[in-house]
Design a protein around this ligand. Structure first.
Ligand code: NAP
Ligand code: GDP
Length: 366
């Protein structure tokens, strides 16, 4: 665990060694932390959050007043396709997972992690928890752009036997529960959907201020650059690095026509600080660049090619899956709160990430 200073707010960041956690750590270290904040960045070795006992012990030790909950099993399209069950969290109901099982098959079951974190936060009186959803929680068949109203619950109360009110309540149920997510990542997506359900429950029954953010595709330094498991940008950066070494072609998977909104991890980190300090709703908020900044996978690959000065051939392997064609999200709500927030231009952020990977190749996650 790494902390700094000691005063009013004790902020525990679960998943502090990951892409988003490292970005928050950097932004705080670079001067955006405040004097009344003590930041604690949690390492996996501090507590396995699949274990109720270890999670509770960590909360009792750190006594956080605020939590940014990032710890999760995370992966790109191809990892999700292979491990939907693990991304959800089956296998351990009734008994806590043990370290030996984890070391044999290092899965992080999201439903367990989220349940342990939220319940420990409730039990130890944490004032605010900010957890992460994802744009993949929305049904595959959806109208675009996605926005937060599709997650809002306004279920009218009804008396037993009051059928019209019951029907009305079912019809007004939020759209995320009206259809399944894309089949490629149903395990991860359903586990994420449940965080919002739990937050609403903790608010209704106990008045807890547990909220969520919905980032679009995140990238930046400290990402997972593993080619099989990682997301598209770190995967392609690593592939270009290797292609340059061997003088071979760059293989982009799928048709490269799907579209994504990418957010730079350092921009996301600055937004996390604002959400933690100033955003008071339980309702989620989408953290994304605008719809006009959505790019195709081909454009994303070209940005990497330019940033890494790759002169070789590009090959498109259309035998590989495309995943969802798009998940276009509106950032109108964010813009209402923060009209002048400046996102780092995509190509600049890609350049910085490629430069980081080139410099840190030996120790990067890959
Ligand atoms: P990441 O780089 O994979 O980091 C995940 C972190 O969780 C790591 O520090 C990992 O520790 C930790 N962790 C995993 N299992 C754990 C366990 N059982 N106990 C304790 N810690 C555990 O992921 P990220 O991209 O930063 O994602 C952060 C959050 O944003 C996640 O909730 C993710 O679902 C969400 N999100 C990510 C994206 C994206 O594009 N990356 C998009 C939308 C939402 P180790 O490193 O030691 O394994
Ligand atoms: P998603 O946004 O959650 O679907 O996940 P990814 O970040 O893994 O992006 C997947 C999209 O990028 C799909 O359309 C893939 O076909 C495409 N893609 C192209 N090349 C790669 C690659 O090397 N790795 C990954 N993960 N996706 C790739």
């Amino acid at each position: 665990m790494e902390g700094a200073g000691l005063v009013g707010k004790h902020i525990l960041v679960t998943g502090g060694t990951g892409l988003a956690g490292r970005a928050i750590e950097k932004v705080v270290a670079d001067g955006e932390g405040q004097l009344d904040e003590e930041w604690i960045f949690m390492f996996f070795r501090d507590a396995d959050m699949m274990s109720t006992t270890e999670t509770k012990a960590l909360f009792e030790l750190c006594k956080p007043t605020h939590v940014i909950h990032l710890a999760a099993m995370v992966g790109g399209l191809f990892r999700n396709i292979c491990y939907n069950l693990d991304f959800w969290g089956a296998g351990f109901w009734g008994s806590p997972p043990c370290r030996s099982e984890k070391s044999l098959h290092p899965q992080r079951r999201n439903i367990l992690i989220n349940d342990n974190v939220l319940h420990s936060a409730y039990e130890t009186g944490v004032q605010k928890v900010v957890s992460c959803l994802s744009t993949c929680i929305f049904p595959d068949k959806m109208t675009y752009p996605i926005d937060e109203s599709m997650v809002s619950i306004s279920v009218p109360r009804h008396l037993p036997g009051d059928i019209p009110a019951l029907l009305n309540s079912l019809l007004s149920y939020p759209q995320i529960h009206n259809g399944p997510p894309h089949s490629s990542n149903f395990g991860y997506s359903y586990a994420k959907r449940m965080i919002d359900i739990q937050n609403r429950g903790y608010f209704e029954q106990h008045g807890c201020r547990f909220t969520t953010v919905i980032p679009t595709n995140v990238f930046g330094p400290h990402d997972n650059f593993n080619i099989e498991d990682g997301h598209v940008l770190p995967g392609l950066i690593h592939k270009v690095y290797l292609a340059k070494q061997t003088g071979s072609a760059l293989t982009v998977w799928g048709t490269s026509k799907p579209r994504r909104q990418f957010i730079y991890s350092l921009d996301l980190a600055r937004l996390f600080l604002w959400v933690l300090r100033e955003y008071d709703e339980v309702e989620p908020i989408i953290l994304s660049v605008g719809e006009e900044d959505e790019v195709s996978i081909r454009e994303a690959a070209e940005a990497i090619v330019e940033a890494m000065d790759f002169r070789g051939e590009l090959v498109f392997d259309t035998t590989k899956a495309d995943g969802p064609f798009k998940k276009t999200a509106s950032n109108a709500k964010l813009r209402r709160y923060l009209p002048s927030f400046q996102f780092t231009p995509f190509r600049q952020a890609v350049k910085e990430t490629c430069a980081w990977f080139n410099t840190n190749y030996a120790n990067a996650r890959k």
